[in-house]
Ligand binder design. Structure first.
Ligand SMILES: *Cc1c(COP(=O)(O)O)cnc(C)c1O
Length: 381
């Protein structure tokens, strides 16, 4: 049988068996609606609040500052649109960066169409946002600044605490898309001056379609989903009890295993990057060399198309992703690599490899050999 190696943990992760076990009762016997007053409802309510406690513990926040959503995209939308349309909004000006996830970029595009003003600060060649640029862009009518904790394409970690200090000093709200960082690196919303923070369960071995937004006490958002008074009136709809239980369990496991797992992934990623660059000519590492997510690697192969490398590796059972997508013959280049100032050739040749719990050091030689083999074939063709 062909070896199967999953190197796309930044796209999604498999559900951890321990998470599945924790969810199972809430998909079967424990089916109550937490708004119901009888025993079924009360036990669902207990599960909901237990999950909330676990997420809060990860962030050093209060439990009642966590709003559950149907994933990271919804959390980003709620933070940005919810702050813009809030009666509390201080002004109509917003700041973000060009390398954000589309859930953030497209939320701001929608605001621009509706009469709001958005300043897009650039990032450096590593994909990092500089606090000075935020300080220069911030104004008295800036309602919110949104900067991601770690970039999903290149893995670079932004100086969130420093940016948070500037935003706090200037009286705007600070939103952080921490979907990639949550569960992988420590986050303290108080120390980092964060007012709003987005999370998603499926990026940390939890189920898909569940996430959350940390909303600092006192911050009032305009709800984006209207209906019942669930989630303290901030997000209507009967809660996904199995989902949030899985999310809580997944967060708990990350909290307990983070130190060891990130050390393991850091070293494996360094070894993989080094081996690829040593055995294959014309390679360049993308993203910050040190300030990056554990297990996150992004490499450009000179003169080649990332998409073609992806297809060839897929035939060998290795799953990676790219910085460009070829849709109906036209190549669209990643907005992240463009924002980093790369020429089209370096962007087109970019391949993202993200390691995770299933990755093992002794798979590295097979991975490197397979990539080397593909590249040789493509270059000689
Ligand atoms: C995956 C991701 C999202 C979207 O989360 P979903 O739960 O898939 O909607 C948002 N931001 C970043 C940085 C991501 O990596």
């Amino acid at each position: 049988m062909m070896k199967k190696i999953y190197l796309d943990h930044s796209a999604t992760t498999p559900l951890d068996k321990r998470v599945f076990e924790a969810m199972l009762p809430y998909l079967t016997e424990e089916f109550g609606n937490p708004s119901s007053l009888h025993g079924y409802g009360r036990s669902a309510k207990v599960a909901l609040e237990n999950a909330r406690d676990k997420i809060a513990q990860m962030l050093n926040s209060k439990s009642n500052e966590i709003v559950f959503t149907a994933g990271g995209s919804e959390a980003d939308n709620l933070a940005i649109l919810g702050a813009a349309y809030s009666p509390q909004a201080r002004g109509k000006h917003f700041i973000t960066n060009r390398a954000e996830h589309h859930a953030v970029i497209h939320s701001f595009a929608s605001l621009e169409k509706n009469g709001f003003e958005v300043t897009y600060v650039s990032c450096d060649q590593y994909g990092m946002v500089h606090p000075d640029d935020i300080a220069k862009a911030i104004r008295r009518d800036t309602a919110l600044v949104s900067i991601m904790h770690a970039n999903n394409e290149v893995g670079t970690i932004n100086p969130i605490q420093e940016i948070g200090e500037i935003v706090r000093k200037n009286g705007a709200l600070f939103h952080v898309d921490a979907v990639q960082a949550f569960g992988k690196i420590p986050i303290d919303v108080n120390q980092m001056n964060i007012d709003l923070l987005s999370m998603s369960a499926h990026k940390l071995y939890g189920p898909k379609g569940v996430g959350g937004l940390f909303v600092r006490s006192g911050v009032k958002l305009q709800p984006q989903i209207l209906g019942g008074s669930q989630e303290r009136g901030q997000r209507a709809g009967t809660e996904n009890i199995a989902g949030v239980t899985g999310f809580g369990k997944a967060a708990d496991l990350c909290r307990m295993e983070m130190t060891d797992e990130s050390a393991r992934l850091h070293s494996m990623q360094a070894n993989l990057g080094k081996a690829i660059c040593e055995s294959i000519s014309g390679t360049q590492l993308n993203g910050h060399p040190d300030l990056r997510l554990p297990g996150h690697l992004n490499v450009s192969f000179d003169g080649l198309m990332g998409d073609e490398i992806l297809m060839m590796l897929d035939l060998k059972g290795i799953a990676v992703s790219t910085g460009s997508a070829c849709t109906s013959g036209a190549v669209t280049i990643s907005h992240v690599l463009k924002a980093m100032g790369f020429d089209d050739s370096r962007s087109r040749g970019a391949v993202r490899m993200t390691l995770g719990r299933s990755s093992e050091e002794n798979d590295l030689p097979y991975i490197v050999d397979s990539i080397e083999n593909c590249i040789e074939k493509m270059r000689s063709a």
